[in-house]
Design a protein around this ligand. Structure first.
Ligand code: NAP
Length: 527
């Protein structure tokens, strides 16, 4: 049952004055439950509990924490249809998408559980001492990764499960050993509360300390800002807009003790369409890209918002075919009236720029909150001069840039802001002639895709989901995949510590049998 209350640790609480409701965008009506925004006392209590839980939580072994993560996954599954129905009613997304995203959320939790159960992830590095080394003895040094402390997580509107309450940031932080305080996304507060109830039940059932998880409601920016300013918070995970991520990053940097904000933000994901590929299979590419631009109403951080080609017959035909294909697709509902409002406004701002040509704009009647997809074109030099055209239009919108030649293509790529992904569409060996273009692209993105579409982010160890600013605030880290745990830890060394006082991972006997670097050799052996 959804109560509309906050979880302050294990306790449901609603002491604030401000209430709000979520919206069903398909029906364009408010959902029933009134959610109570957390007040300052509740924020403070959640963080104080998290700080106390931090010590106790880290006395739990890897397998114990893994059992907690697996129990969260089980409890989310046990929510069954109520979760799926709430997700759909708060997002307008279809059931199949809800089930798929739940599968991904469960998969992430279980992947982290498997990793911490095994234990080698803490990156144990041991340099044994040489007491009789001349002229000075060498100390015994043993290093491992340790958790940062309480982490605040902001979820994104467009992934109510996989990038929200028990999404990638929360799973990674709990796996690392950090208590989590979630700033619930106001557009899917009911989904957030249900998932929170699953986390709290799992925490109780597996003996985790009260405060290891809290969920705070909020309908505006104040709760989030108060959380990031709180001196006991040690790191922040954010998924959302560049504006929001940057505001929180700046708040964190101005604190007396600055803390890291790992913000994964917007991206236009440039796609470079090389001439031979366009000539040979422009029609098929147009169909594929019409689908990629409109999937999920374009509400993906990896949506292909920018298509780049060299002017000529191949590109002109492609633009025409893409324009024909994209208007054949039935428009779909966006997440919220505010999201469609921003889409219409940003699309119009782009269209109003000098030199922009509208190649396709879905013209037929659509339902309230349904987005009209559009494709626009612009010449390379206009795009270079007008940086307004470089900004994300979050929704089913893409801009095709007609470059004069390969040199201009390279110049445009070099002048782009940082991106999550870049894609190269190439036939035969034509990519070999564009080595400089690929090199330029690599400096601007976190992942390069060959002959595919940027939408779709695999959850695995080799995934990098991040990129140079503003795609993310720290391009060294990924937000997706098990490597994302590295955001919530810091290296810590023990010097000359007695063996029996060392953490299990660093003891001579290697009781966990984990892989360690011992005197620069990777081994599972004891010392
Ligand atoms: P958003 O408007 O930035 O909201 C995200 C969260 O941040 C919300 O809870 C929001 O609270 C809060 N927030 C926003 N501005 C804030 C501020 N100045 N101070 C404190 N809190 C603030 O983003 P969204 O609409 O949910 O998501 C859409 C965006 O996310 C798109 O740009 C998309 O590309 C990006 N995205 C990126 C990724 C990725 O992995 N890189 C994944 C998914 C989405 P309130 O709503 O209460 O204001």
């Amino acid at each position: 049952m959804i109560t509309g209350k906050n979880y302050i640790g294990n306790t449901l609480s609603a002491r604030g004055q401000k209430t709000y409701k979520t919206i069903n965008p398909v029906l364009n009506i408010e959902n029933e439950t009134a959610f109570v925004e957390a007040n300052s006392d509740e924020i403070n209590e959640a963080i104080t509990l998290a700080e106390a839980a931090y010590i106790k939580y880290n006395q739990k072994s890897g397998p114990e924490k893994a059992a907690f993560l697996n129990a969260i996954a089980d409890e989310i599954l046990a929510l069954d249809t109520v979760l799926i129905e709430t997700y759909c009613s708060e997002s307008g997304l279809p059931q199949g998408r809800a089930q798929g995203e739940r599968g991904r959320t469960i998969g992430q939790l279980r992947a982290f559980a498997a990793m911490i159960e095994e234990g080698s992830w803490i990156h144990a590095t041991i340099d044994t001492g040489i007491p009789d080394r001349a002229p000075a003895p060498k100390p015994d040094l043993r290093k491992m990764l340790v958790p940062l402390g309480p982490v605040v997580v902001f979820g994104a509107s467009n992934f109510p499960l996989a990038f929200s309450t028990a999404g990638g940031d929360t799973a990674a932080a709990l796996a690392a050993g950090c208590p989590v305080i979630v700033k619930s996304h106001p557009m899917h507060a009911g989904t957030g509360e249900l998932v929170s109830s699953a986390i709290i039940k799992a925490a109780k059932d597996t003996g985790m300390p009260n405060g290891v998880f809290s969920n705070l409601n909020s309908s505006g920016i104040e709760v989030g800002q108060e959380l990031v300013q709180h001196p006991k918070v040690k790191a922040v995970g954010f998924t959302g807009s560049i504006k929001g991520g940057r505001a929180l990053f700046d708040i964190a940097a101005k604190r007396e003790e600055p803390i890291p904000v790992f913000a994964e933000m917007g991206s236009i994901n440039p796609v470079i369409m090389l001439p031979e590929a366009l000539q040979n299979r422009g029609g098929a590419l147009a169909t594929t890209y019409a689908g990629s631009i409109t999937v999920g109403s374009g509400q993906f951080c990896t949506n292909p918002g920018l298509l780049l080609g060299i002017q000529g017959e191949g590109l002109s035909n492609f633009i025409q075919q893409l324009s024909e294909e994209i208007v054949k697709i039935e428009p779909s509902c966006m997440l919220h009236p505010n999201i469609i409002g921003a889409y219409e406004k940003n699309k119009q701002t782009a269209i109003d720029q000098e030199g922009l040509v509208v190649a396709a704009d879905y013209g037929s009647e659509v339902g309230v909150n349904y987005a009209r997809q559009a494709v626009v074109t612009v010449k390379g030099d206009t795009f270079l001069q007008n940086t307004t055209l470089h900004h994300e239009v979050f929704g089913p919108f893409s801009m095709v840039v007609e470059c004069e030649n390969a040199a201009q293509l390279q110049e445009i790529i070099s002048n782009l802001e940082g991106q999550l992904t870049g894609t190269i569409i190439s036939d035969n060996d034509e990519i070999a002639k564009y080595g400089h273009v690929v090199a330029a692209l690599q400096t601007r993105v976190g992942r390069i895709i060959f002959n595919g579409v940027p939408t779709g982010v695999e959850v695995c160890s080799a995934m990098h989901h991040g990129g140079p600013y503003p795609a993310s605030t720290d391009s060294r880290f990924t937000a997706v995949g098990t490597d994302s745990i590295k955001r919530w830890v810091r290296p810590f060394s023990f010097q000359d510590w007695p063996d029996h006082l060392l953490p299990t991972e660093l003891k001579n006997a290697n009781p966990l049998g984990i892989s360690r670097s011992v005197n620069n050799e990777q081994t599972n052996a004891s010392i």
